[in-house]
Design a protein around this ligand. Structure first.
Ligand code: 5AD
Ligand code: SF4
Ligand code: FES
Length: 349
């Protein structure tokens, strides 16, 4: 569906029956173009070391309260074996951003290891930040086929309100990285945070139009959760309430589903931080991907992008059965043992 900016803003401001009608329409649209299957990506939170200083994130380099770790190769291989055992067809490696060669070679090595121990069966999504074209190519050759790099906000102005103004944080480089990933043939995803200080419905409508213009195959967007050890905490009283941030997220997902019926859309873990049912609500609003955590519990509590992260004391096995049951209750089914590629990507090939 082609929506103009004014239509999008109107839908994002809907309440009551109109809001419910939007969510219902998005669910029917998803069921019609895709199906009731939810794709899983087992999440491996590889490392909390980060060279950047995003003003919203608990892992920013200036946060001296954050504990820094990197998993061993063996830890990562064990996560991959766990994914196989739980019949997750795919894993996602997420970490703080670094660009040194030791790091970029390590990610390539881990991709090869995951492919080796799974006999090529596990799909690999990377979410390891901005890199050179050469590195993105190296990682693709090592076996990664999907990449997530959120733009965080498609408004240049807002981008620089939530990132420092220095060479390390460039809006233009971010866009050019997304373009490089698309050109290299990655199934590429981007996304934004919702309910940021200074963010308006106009910004959010522009974000949705940006996703469509870029022609990405995947989108991950979730509510902003203020972290007390970051600069943006200062504004935590000036943003919408947690419930309103979640509602706005659900409406963003619903509108985007109508605009891009075939893309893969993640229900962000942050939804669950706001409301225990938030993850399922996003699935009912049009999302079709969930990223259950595979990280060993010692690491889970150290990978604190935002506070009150769910499932920190649960095992991968517990999360797997919990998810299966909760999704069945919403009329959805988990797609096991498959990569779950985006139809927007495969049908464009
Ligand atoms: N609240 C919600 N999401 C956040 N992210 C980082 N910090 C926060 C926060 N405080 C998201 C960003 C980033 C991803 C790794 O996590 O969008 O891309
Ligand atoms: Fe680092 Fe990513 Fe957090 Fe920014 S959002 S500080 S790049 S982990
Ligand atoms: Fe982790 Fe429910 S998904 S306990």
């Amino acid at each position: 569906m082609n929506l103009e900016k004014e239509d999008i803003v109107r839908l994002l401001s809907s309440t009551g029956d109109e809001e419910q009608a939007l969510l219902d329409k998005a669910l029917s649209c998803k069921l019609e173009h895709l199906d009731n299957k939810v794709h899983l990506r087992g999440l491996i939170e590889y490392s909390s070391r980060c060279s950047k200083d995003c003003l919203y994130c608990g892992l920013r380099r200036s946060n001296s309260h954050a504990t820094r770790y990197a998993m061993t190769d063996e830890d990562v291989v064990n996560c991959a074996l766990q994914a196989m055992e739980l019949h997750y067809g795919s894993v996602a490696i997420q970490c703080g951003e670094r660009s040194d060669k030791a790091f970029t070679d390590k990610i390539a090595h881990l991709c090869r290891e995951i492919k080796r121990v799974s006999d090529g069966k596990l799909g690999i999504t990377l979410s390891c930040g901005e890199q050179t074209e050469e590195v993105y190519r190296q990682w693709k050759e090592a076996g990664a086929h999907r990449y997530l790099l959120r733009i965080e906000s498609s408004s240049r102005d807002l981008y620089y309100k939530i990132h420092p103004h220095d060479d390390c944080h460039s809006f233009e480089r971010r866009i050019s990285c997304i373009e490089t990933l698309l050109r290299l043939g990655y199934q590429t995803g981007t996304g934004v945070m919702i309910g940021l200080p200074f963010q308006t419905l106009d910004h959010l409508a522009d974000d949705l139009l940006f996703f469509k213009r870029m022609g990405v195959a995947m989108v991950g967007m979730g509510p902003f959760i203020p972290h007390p050890d970051t600069p943006l905490w200062e504004y935590h009283n000036q943003i919408p309430s947690p419930e309103d941030r979640l509602r706005l997220t659900l409406k963003m997902i619903a509108v985007l589903r109508l605009m891009m019926p075939k893309i893969n859309m993640v229900s962000a873990t942050a939804n669950q931080t706001i409301n225990p049912r938030g993850r399922e609500q996003a699935i009912l609003a049009g999302a079709n991907v969930i990223m259950p955590n595979l990280s060993p519990s010692d690491y889970r509590k150290e990978y604190l992008i935002y506070p009150d992260k769910p499932c920190v004391s649960d095992t991968a096995q517990q999360c797997a059965s919990c998810l299966d049951l909760k999704l069945k209750l919403t009329g959805h089914e988990v797609l096991y043992d498959e990569w779950g590629d985006s139809l927007a990507f495969t049908s464009a090939q």
